[in-house]
Each structure stands twice: as structure tokens, then as C-alpha cells.
Design a protein around this ligand. Structure first.
Ligand SMILES: Nc1ncnc2c1ncn2[C@@H]1O[C@H](COP(=O)(O)OP(=O)(O)O)[C@@H](O)[C@H]1O
Ligand SMILES: [Mg+2]
Length: 477
């Protein structure tokens, strides 16, 4: 029988925060003692003969056999993934049933406390939770995909959790960055740098990256906007445009960038540069570089990437000196994309030209496009919305920011503005296509996206549809 840890996790609504609590079933005295004994042997804190097992009475022998044959044979790891823990708990549960303990919570809790991160394993396993924030001894918050922040009512031994994390991540300083076994990103700040006890920030690994269609379905962008971006990013094989995705933390910048990269023809060579690996592309000629395991400067990675004959350069998050290098690369004809932390197109420009990035203003027009996306609070919870898309053009003494799409909060629609698209006009000139022809091309791409939505294509099928359109535009209806 498969165990369900989430059967014990309960979400309670409340103000200003709801809560996420683990509700243990009522355990008998015997069950409580068993749970304690199991946790002690699992964690290796006590050996079998150090345990007081008198409460088991005549089941004692069976329990000793169980520990010898199952528990002591669990492959030792510094840390286990949620799936591994569940598999161990399931085996344990089967064994415990044989000696008359039926309550599944005992095995789950014993494994979580004995081998894992205590009750933190429940939200780690729970797919609706995106982030886990332990503020030392003070509080724990969980970020729920729809409900936002929930206060965690969780039982775990912070010192023990910190000890297990450090054993796994390695301790170099008081500030530790790394990954959990399932790929989730983790940051740990030790006491006394963190005044309230070890602080832990976990951003859970998304097994499934949202596709462009998923993003449209969630109302983040429209099919009209998606077709416009598609045409400009791909550039009909000859004029690929550069794009920066701007927004706040958690606004979905990386997700949108990843989804837009799905529109880049599969035969292009992409080199990506990130602090920590987040992008996930299906291009066979994609080389992801990150400074995760070697503290090299992003700028040096970028300079190296330019020597790798890329068709496209992607910088996961533009923050420092690499900004100018990226724009310089765009200037000499490399197509580039990236994300930036900023509130608006104008704010992106301001940040790019101020320290620490300090890109010379005259270089900015190579950027072509800024897409701004935010996490917005609504009565129904958080939503992600593209709030504006702007074309960047040279203007005497600076740059012109022309907003071609703007979000209307009153109707919750992202609308095409009256401003003509200078980029598309230039593209039609360059390709000697009439404006009418290029408008037809836009509409055709919008129709393809609408068709893909109607057919509910998954990410792979959508990518393959997009690429068969490149190969044979008239073959796709
Ligand atoms: N359009 C979207 N709709 C709903 N959820 C989204 C959307 N884009 C991203 N998310 C979710 O938001 C979280 C943060 O996304 P991410 O792309 O890492 O944000 P950022 O790069 O802006 O910090 C992830 O859990 C992701 O799955
Ligand atoms: Mg990001």
C-alpha cells in the first residue's frame, strides 16, 4: 500500500496568514514509544541494545529482527530525497504491520525525523508548496502556489536539521548555497550571522517547467502577445531579436524565459550562463554553464561562452559587470536573452545604466525588447501577469521606450497598444515582405498557438509543432 504523507498535512485559512499544520493521529502510549525507538535507531543515535524495548513485551524479538533485517540495511546517505524517504517509510510500514502496528503515521514520522529534516519533509514532498522559509527559531513560512504564504506549524529539531544539512552540503562559511538531493535550491545562514538561529531558504525544484501554453492558460500572456514574441525572437530565420525578461523575485521571469526559449529553432546552438542551474531546454545543441560548483565570475563565463560559437547567448540573471559584456555581444550580432530584477521597462533601463552594471546608454538599443512580468495579488490569490512589453529604440541622448503591450488591471487583459511595432516594421523592410504579409505571418502564428491550446499539447508536442512550422510553414494548419 502506498503511504500518503499529505493525509496528515492540513491547511487552515487565517489572517494575515493561513497555516500549514501536521496533524498527528492520536497514538497510544505503546505507539509513541515505538515511534521514539524507531527514530533513535534510524538516526543512529542509539543502537539496538541501548534501547529500552520493554514496552513491546513479547513483540520485542520480532522488532529486533525487523531492525536487523530492514532498518540497518537502509543504504546510508547524508540526505535522502522525498521519494527515497517515502520508499523507506513504505517498507517500514509493511514490516510494522506484521508485528501489529497498523498506523502509517508512525513509519512516516520515524523516517522523517530519523533520516530526514523532520516535519519539513511534509512541505518538501507537497507539490503545492513552492518555497520553504525557516527563520531560525522564530518562525517557519511556506509559500503555497495559490494561497501565498502560510505559517508552518511544524515539528523539527532545528539543530539536528542544520547538522544534517551541513553534513550534506559541506560547511565552508556561515553562508551556504547548494542543492538538496531532489534538485531544490537551498540557502543556509548559520548562527550567529543569522541572529535567530540557522535560517534556511528552500526553493523547490520544479520537475516540470511550464511551457508557453501553460503560461498562456494561466492568463500570464495572451496568444496575440505570444505570437508577437515568437515572430521577433525567432526572426524568420534571419533577424532574431534580443529580449530581457524583467520583474520581481518569484514573478516567473526564469519560467517565462525558459518557455520563450522553446520557440528558438531546435537546430540553434544555445549557451546559457547562470549562477545556479535553473533553465531546462530541449535543444540538442544547448550547453548550460553555471558557476554553481566553481566560483568564477559570470562575466568570465560569458566571455568564454562567446568563444563557443553560440547562435544564442542566455544569461539567467543579469546583475553585474556581465551586463555590458552581454550587450557588447549583442552589438556584434549574437542573439541574446536574459532576465533582470526590475519593476518596469524604464526601471530595467535605469538599472542597466547604473552601478553595478553601468552599461553605456548608447549600447541599450541592441536590447530590442523588454518584457515585464509580475506576481500580483488578487482576491483569488497570486497570479503572474505580463504587465508590459516595450521596444527599445535609439533616441537622441538616450533611448525610446515604446510600449507595444500593456496590462489593463480592470479587465485583466494584456492589450496591444496603438503604438506601431518599429521592430516588426524594420523586419518587414529587411525581409522585403509587405506589412500585410508580415501581419499575416503574425496571425498565422497566433492561430498555431490557439490550435495547440485547443489540442492541449504538452510541451514536447508544442515544440515539435513549432519546429515543423519552421521546416515547412505551409504544412502546419
Ligand atoms: N506564469 C506563471 N503562472 C503561474 N506560476 C508561475 C508562472 N511562472 C512561474 N510560476 C511559478 O512561480 C515560481 C517562481 O518562478 P521563477 O520563474 O523562478 O521566478 P523568478 O525567476 O522571477 O524569480 C515557480 O514556482 C514557478 O513555477
Ligand atoms: Mg529567476
Amino acid at each position: 500500500m502506498a503511504l500518503d504523507p499529505l493525509a496528515y498535512a492540513k491547511i487552515l485559512e487565517g489572517k494575515p496568514y493561513g497555516s500549514y499544520a501536521i496533524l498527528a493521529p492520536d497514538l497510544s502510549e505503546e505507539e509513541k514509544k515505538l515511534l521514539e525507538a524507531l527514530t533513535l535507531v534510524l538516526s543512529g543515535k542509539k543502537s539496538l541494545n541501548q534501547l529500552d524495548l520493554s514496552f513491546l513485551g513479547e513483540k520485542r524479538e520480532d522488532f529486533v529482527t525487523l531492525v536487523r533485517e530492514s532498518i540497518l540495511k537502509i543504504p546510508p546517505r547524508k540526505l535522502y530525497s522525498p521519494q527515497e524517504l517515502l520508499a523507506i517509510a513504505e517498507d517500514l510500514h509493511e514490516d510494522l504491520k506484521v508485528i501489529g502496528f497498523e498506523e502509517p503515521f508512525i513509519s512516516i514520522k520515524a523516517v522523517y525525523d530519523g533520516l530526514g529534516l523532520g516535519d519539513l519533509e511534509f512541505p518538501l514532498y507537497d507539490p503545492s508548496i513552492e518555497e520553504i522559509l525557516v527563520n531560525g527559531r522564530k518562525s517557519t513560512f511556506l509559500y503555497h502556489g495559490e494561497l501565498g504564504y502560510l505559517e508552518g506549524e511544524l515539528n523539527f529539531d532545528l539543530r539536528e536539521v542544520a547538522r544534517r544539512l551541513l553534513r550534506y552540503l559541506g560547511k565552508g562559511s556561515s553562508l551556504i548555497d547548494g542543492h538538496l538531493p531532489d534538485g531544490s535550491r537551498i540557502n543556509v545562514v548559520l548562527e550567529p550571522v543569522s541572529d535567530v538561529g540557522t535560517s534556511i531558504t528552500i526553493r523547490k525544484f520544479k520537475r516540470r517547467r511550464l511551457s508557453l501554453l501553460d503560461i498562456i492558460k494561466r492568463g500570464t500572456m495572451s496568444t496575440e502577445l505570444a505570437a508577437y514574441l515568437w515572430l521577433l525572437i525567432e526572426g524568420m530565420g534571419v533577424v532574431p531579436h534580443n529580449l530581457i525578461v524583467a520583474g520581481n523575485t518569484g514573478g516567473g521571469k526564469t519560467t517565462t524565459l525558459n518557455a520563450l526559449l522553446d520557440l528558438v529553432p531546435l537546430n540553434e546552438r544555445i549557451i546559457s550562463i547562470e549562477d545556479t542551474r535553473e533553465l531546462s531546454l530541449l535543444h540538442p545543441n544547448w550547453v548550460p554553464l553555471s558557476k554553481e560548483y566553481d566560483d568564477v565570475a559570470l562575466e568570465d563565463l560569458l566571455i568564454n561562452a562567446l568563444r563557443m560559437r553560440p547562435d544564442r547567448i542566455v544569461v539567467g540573471e543579469v546583475r553585474g559587470r556581465e551586463a555590458e559584456t552581454l550587450l557588447a555581444a549583442m552589438n556584434v550580432g549574437h542573439a541574446g536573452m536574459g532576465t533582470i530584477h526590475a519593476n518596469s521597462a524604464r526601471d530595467s533601463i535605469r538599472r542597466l545604466t547604473s552601478p553595478p552594471m553601468e552599461v553605456p546608454r548608447e549600447m541599450l538599443p541592441v536590447l530590442n525588447l523588454v518584457l515585464v512580468q509580475h506576481r500580483i495579488r488578487t482576491p483569488k490569490g497570486y497570479v503572474r501577469r505580463v504587465t508590459e512589453v516595450a521596444e527599445i529604440a535609439p533616441l537622441e541622448g538616450g533611448v525610446n521606450i515604446a510600449r507595444t503591450f500593456v496590462w489593463d488591471p480592470s479587465t485583466d487583459e494584456i492589450k496591444r497598444t496603438e503604438i506601431p511595432s518599429a521592430l516588426i516594421d524594420k523586419m518587414s523592410e529587411y525581409l522585403s515582405l509587405s506589412k500585410k504579409k508580415i501581419q499575416e505571418e503574425l496571425r498565422r502564428r497566433q492561430k498555431i498557438i490557439e490550435y495547440a491550446l485547443k489540442e492541449n499539447l504538452d510541451r514536447l508536442k508544442f515544440i515539435s509543432l513549432v519546429n515543423s512550422y519552421y521546416l515547412n510553414p505551409s504544412g502546419v494548419k
